[in-house]
Design a protein around this ligand. Structure first.
Ligand SMILES: [Zn+2]
Length: 490
């Protein structure tokens, strides 16, 4: 048996002013055939899983390229086509192949291609023919287009948000794809369009129970896999939205029925699933009332999340905390390659007048100006996300002189995943009164154990966080909450 794998992934926020170019992939993650590290990245966990299975089962594994760009704006058309054709060329050279297993994200949009993954899957299918098993792992913040469902045999999305289960779901997609290739199962996909878009954190109810329910169904009565595609509201594409995806062992009517049942359950939960959010004023009151010595209050700048394609250089909460008199603060992180360069140029221990952040987007706020001490330098800085290693590029910690306000400035945009973003650069997050992180929800699992409280602060940014007012052009389908009764309208 000959198995081919490759990974091509990013999440495109079509409203973001930050272009996704070739360097966006090279600086975030790019591994040529054979160069993928032993540790997974969030969208390439099929690589280490397949290597392990090859060692156990003795099939031939042909590895193609694996590439990931931090979420941003449209992918340049030539960059998308270049990476796509690189992978297709590797696949062609490896033929004949019995099984193709891809690590995708599912929300990549190029200037002239709304459905990059559908396009890639269709071209893979064209190369390998109708009888080869084609499978992919997806992020649930993706667009489940009809084209993808038609071209692939099986698609499996992460079930958890934060996506702590990306390796477990890679195991499932590999299990199912290998079993299908050996003729042990005949996977058939059923989908249900919930005609809505919402946010579904799974660390809290009602989604916790919903995900536990999905897991319990898998492996029972011919149900092979259940995924909830959350959808990605910052992607203005025709098929954006929430969908249920059920894979059965050749039992399409049972799959259709279950997908509908679960999809109707999600539709009934609309408006009740997202995390509680705080205004800046409410958050400042919480900070003022925090208990001393009970651990830091963690404020998430949830809509300036580079993981959703924004710049990560918004300064508004930082300004407000300083104005409110907070003097013990850790910030992870402000994206500012220019300031990083100055700090590295000046060296550890120097004092430097700098302006930090507030540059990239009209909503980024004014730069944060001050006299800073350069405390620590790293090249590259890094953090974990579960078992994966995420680079920050060249990084520095600068301290506002006369305070214990420490700001991590980084040159590779990334959201905050783990408190080791601080400890890796010699900062102890537990010693801070307040931590300000850039992330919508992926930080939550790892920060919860050390936090006194976690507050999701909803500031206006360039992120289209309200689907009712977001200026979609290509999304013309009726979706809740843009319309109250989407099933009654077309
Ligand atoms: Zn996601």
């Amino acid at each position: 048996m000959r198995v081919f794998t490759a990974s091509l992934a990013t999440e495109t926020n079509t409203f973001s002013p930050i272009p996704t170019d070739h360097d966006s992939f090279l600086s975030a993650f790019y591994a040529r055939p054979g160069e993928h590290p032993e540790t997974p990245t969030i969208c390439s966990a099929v690589f280490p899983v397949l290597r392990r299975r090859r060692a156990e089962e003795g099939f031939t594994l042909i590895e193609g390229t694996a590439a990931w760009a931090e979420p941003g704006g449209y992918v340049r058309q030539d960059v998308y086509e270049g990476l796509r054709d690189e992978i297709l060329g590797q696949l062609q050279a490896a033929l004949p192949i019995d099984c193709v297993i891809l690590g995708l994200h599912g929300a990549m949009v190029a200037r002239e291609t709304d459905d990059c993954e559908g396009d890639l899957l269709a071209r893979v299918r064209e190369l390998v023919g109708p009888n080869v098993v084609v499978a992919a792992e997806l992020d649930p913040h993706s667009h489940l287009t009809a084209k993808r469902v038609h071209e692939a045999n099986l698609l499996v999305a992460f079930q958890e948000f934060p996506h702590i289960d990306f390796e477990a779901r890679a195991e499932q997609v590999v299990n199912l794809a290998l079993a299908a290739t050996r003729g042990q199962v005949r996977p058939v996909m059923s989908t249900y369009d919930c005609r809505m878009i919402d946010i579904f954190p799974t660390t809290q109810e009602p989604m916790r129970s919903f995900v536990d329910g999905m897991k319990a169904l898998e492996g029972q009565d011919g149900i092979l896999s259940v995924s909830l595609i959350h959808g990605f509201m910052a992607g203005d594409v025709p098929e954006m939205g929430t969908q249920l995806l059920v894979i059965t062992d050749n039992a399409p009517s049972k799959g259709d029925q279950l997908a509908r049942e679960l999809g109707e359950k999600i539709f009934a939960l609309r408006g009740t699933t997202k995390m509680r959010t705080y205004t800046l004023e409410e958050a400042l009151v919480q900070v003022e009332q925090a208990a001393a010595g009970a651990g830091p209050i963690v404020l998430a700048d949830m809509w300036d999340n580079p993981g959703g394609g924004t710049s990560g250089d918004n300064t508004l909460i930082l300004h407000a905390l300083i104005k409110a008199g907070v003097t013990s603060l850790g910030v992870s992180s402000i994206w500012d390659p220019q300031a990083v360069r100055l700090a590295h140029g000046a060296g550890v221990g120097t004092h430097l007048e700098m302006r930090i952040g507030g540059k990239t987007h009209l909503s980024s706020g004014p730069p944060f100006d001050g006299l800073f001490e350069v405390r620590t330098l790293a090249d590259p800085g890094w953090q974990s996300f579960v078992e994966s290693r995420v680079t920050l590029g060249k990084t520095a910690v600068v301290r506002l002189v006369g305070t214990e306000v420490d700001i991590i400035i980084n040159s590779n945009r990334t959201q905050t995943f783990d408190p080791n973003i601080f400890t890796n650069i010699s900062l102890d997050p537990r010693q801070k009164q307040v931590l300000l992180v850039k992330s919508t929800n992926h930080f939550y699992a790892a920060f919860a154990p050390l936090a006194q409280h976690i507050l999701h602060v909803a500031m206006p940014t360039g992120y289209p966080s309200d689907p009712v007012t977001a200026p979609y052009r290509k999304l013309t389908r009726s979706l809740w909450p843009r319309v109250a009764q989407p099933f009654k309208e077309t």
